[in-house]
Ligand binder design. Structure first.
Ligand SMILES: Nc1ncnc2c1ncn2[C@@H]1O[C@H](COP(=O)(O)OP(=O)(O)O)[C@@H](O)[C@H]1O
Ligand SMILES: [Mg+2]
Length: 230
């Protein structure tokens, strides 16, 4: 077996937010290598910088200092538009609050990331249905989010995250709004996706949820306090 290659390389990442007249340094120098196919949990107390790090990893936000290479490509200082384009192809996002469009069906929600693809994808509907099938919701395609349970809504969000076949899934507290049993169902789905080769990076404050990851990184006050593989 060949050695897995780094999919994410961070060197000296800092993130500074302006706050009134002051600044807040949310990340104070993060060095991190994540290899293709890893399952990583990022943990740490509230305010330690987990979401800030996920936003940078997911190209939702720019970094203030340092270097970020994503699949060997330097994405440290690219434009917002270029970030969006790379994000659309390489990153699937899952959020605590699902972030679905409320007046759209499950199918339309899953189709959404494909609407930004150029050239346009002709068989969007079939691809979206297939993604819904992967998460066991093909019979809920016409339902709006309010007609679905929390766990079902999160599965729709996972189908949406998968639909462009990204190599990486980022999940920020994906079980935070779910009861523990439904949360573990969602985790089992993420574990299965990881077994199929997708790199999964998950933020959680729940040690039990963190147990699903082989590698656990603890952030504290904007730096990596520990990084252990089990
Ligand atoms: N947009 C922002 N503007 C100003 N400060 C922010 C912003 N986002 C996060 N912060 C600050 O950065 C620190 C880390 O926040 P965050 O990454 O959300 O932590 P966590 O997700 O671990 O709870 C906190 O002190 C927070 O107040
Ligand atoms: Mg957070």
């Amino acid at each position: 077996m060949s050695k897995p290659s780094p999919i994410i390389q961070l060197e000296g990442i800092r993130k500074i937010f302006p706050m009134g007249g002051e600044t807040v340094e949310a990340l104070k120098g993060i060095d991190l290598i994540i290899h293709d196919g890893e399952f990583v949990a990022i943990m740490g107390t509230s305010g330690s910088g987990k979401s800030t790090l996920m936003h940078i990893l997911g190209l939702l936000d720019s970094l203030s200092k340092g270097r970020y290479r994503l699949e060997q490509e330097d994405v440290s200082s690219i434009s917002r538009d270029k970030r969006a384009e790379i994000r659309n192809r390489k990153i699937g996002f899952i959020f605590q609050s699902f972030n679905l469009l409320h007046r759209s069906s499950a199918l339309e929600n899953v189709e959404l990331p494909m609407l930004y693809r150029r050239p346009a994808i002709p068989d969007r509907r079939e691809i979206a249905l297939k993604a819904l099938k992967m998460v066991g919701l093909e019979d809920r395609a016409d339902h709006e989010p309010r007609q679905l349970s929390g766990g079902q809504q999160q599965r729709v969000a996972i189908a949406r995250a998968l639909v462009n076949n990204p190599p990486i899934i980022l999940a920020d507290e994906p079980t935070g709004n779910l009861d523990s049993r439904t949360g573990q169902d969602i985790m089992n789905l993420l574990v299965r996706l990881n077994q199929q080769g997708i790199t999964v990076i998950l933020v959680t404050h729940d040690p039990e949820i963190g147990q699903n990851a082989r590698r656990r990184i603890i952030l504290r006050d904007g730096i990596i306090e520990s990084d252990e593989s089990h």
